[in-house]
Design a protein around this ligand. Structure first.
Ligand SMILES: [Zn+2]
Ligand SMILES: [Zn+2]
Length: 344
């Protein structure tokens, strides 16, 4: 059944009113149910509000206009969808370009052991360190990882082993990296994949908190405002186990054959919607529809009240997440909201 609409129809205030009416009816039904128990009237508000000290905030809808121009390749449409609690809902179809609208891709690997930090990208392995993939780093790998098998460069010429063809890049991106591609700095050109891999994400129009958080799994975590996939943590154990470094650029993104260019960290390259109250800028959306913002506010401070998913609520943004530091190889800890299970 095709019930797709274009955006102007969706922002029809009558539609919004209908949704609010349904939400109100649902609350009335829940109240009616709890009213049938023996609880007194005074305790009832506590049953629908787990933390009475938190003011009730209106959750903003997912904002399909927040993306950078050219971040999306197709007009945003809505579709009917089923959320992870089984409820029927309305979702947006967001098709990203898969190439960043706000910055260039690269650089990644150093050409030789004399390369300086400004010529190369970065590497992080989830142990709290971010390295420049410069010549010094390449020479120190055996020390950093306490394993003398690391040898990413020719000891005579100082030239670094780089996966400099599509065949080599795809061979090194597999789980079982062949012997001749071990000890390589892995980089794949986006030119092998038509300049970017487009992908469509189905995201609830009205984000809703779930009764309990859910694991991120191995799929994408969300989409950036620059039009790039927000990927799950990079499989650093497998990468290092093959004596490879899957170098990121300074925006904490890199290219693989399946996803094309994707981010593994929030490095400031997609934080394009600034907030006028000093709150960190928005960089993207998680797949449950809640916004992901910069880790730090304009004073350089991190919120102290983040939950295990790295989210919290305020009166302006409702519930939202703050990205982890790049060094942590993650964006958020889990999904606090309902994600999409099925869609038309
Ligand atoms: Zn990756
Ligand atoms: Zn916040």
């Amino acid at each position: 059944m095709q019930i797709k609409q274009t955006l102007p129809q969706l922002s029809n205030p009558h539609m919004k009113h209908l949704r609010l009416t349904y939400a109100f009816l649902a609350i009335m039904l829940i109240s009616a149910c709890s009213g049938s128990t023996t609880e007194s009237e005074e305790t009832e508000p506590a049953a629908t509000d787990p933390d009475p000290s938190t003011p009730t905030v209106t959750q903003p809808e997912f904002d399909p206009f927040a993306f950078a121009s050219s971040a999306l390749t197709e007009t945003v449409v809505t579709t009917s969808c089923t959320l992870s609690d089984g409820s029927a809902s309305t979702c947006y179809e967001i098709t990203i370009a898969g190439t960043p609208a706000t910055h260039e891709i690269g650089a990644f690997c150093p050409r030789d052991i004399y390369a300086s930090a400004d010529e190369v990208g970065i590497w992080f392995d989830g142990n709290g360190e971010v390295y420049d993939v410069d010549g010094e780093f390449i020479q120190n790998l055996a020390v950093i990882y306490n394993d003398s098998n690391w040898q990413l460069f020719d000891p005579v010429t100082g030239i670094v082993n780089i996966t400099d063809s599509q065949i080599k890049c795809e061979g090194a991106a597999r789980p079982d990296v062949s012997e001749e591609l071990q000890n390589h700095c892995v980089e794949c050109s986006i030119d092998y994949y038509n300049g970017g891999v487009t992908a469509t994400y189905i995201i609830p129009v009205q984000p809703q908190l779930a009764s309990s958080p859910s694991n991120l799994g191995r799929n994408d975590v969300g989409v950036s405002l620059s039009g790039v996939a927000i990927a799950p943590p990079a499989p650093v154990d497998a990468i290092l186990g093959a004596y490879t470094i899957a170098a990121f650029d300074d925006c904490a993104g890199h290219v693989n054959p399946v996803a094309g260019y994707h981010y593994h960290g929030s490095a400031g390259c997609s934080e394009i919607v600034s907030e006028n109250d000093g709150h960190g800028a928005r960089m993207g959306f998680a797949l449950d529809g809640f916004g992901i913002y910069a880790m730090l506010d304009s004073q350089g401070a991190e919120s102290a009240d983040l939950d295990t998913c790295r989210g919290h609520s305020d009166e302006v943004r409702g519930y939202h997440y703050h990205a982890a530091s790049v060094a942590e190889n993650m964006f958020i800890g889990c999904f606090s909201g309902l994600t999409v299970m099925l869609f038309d």
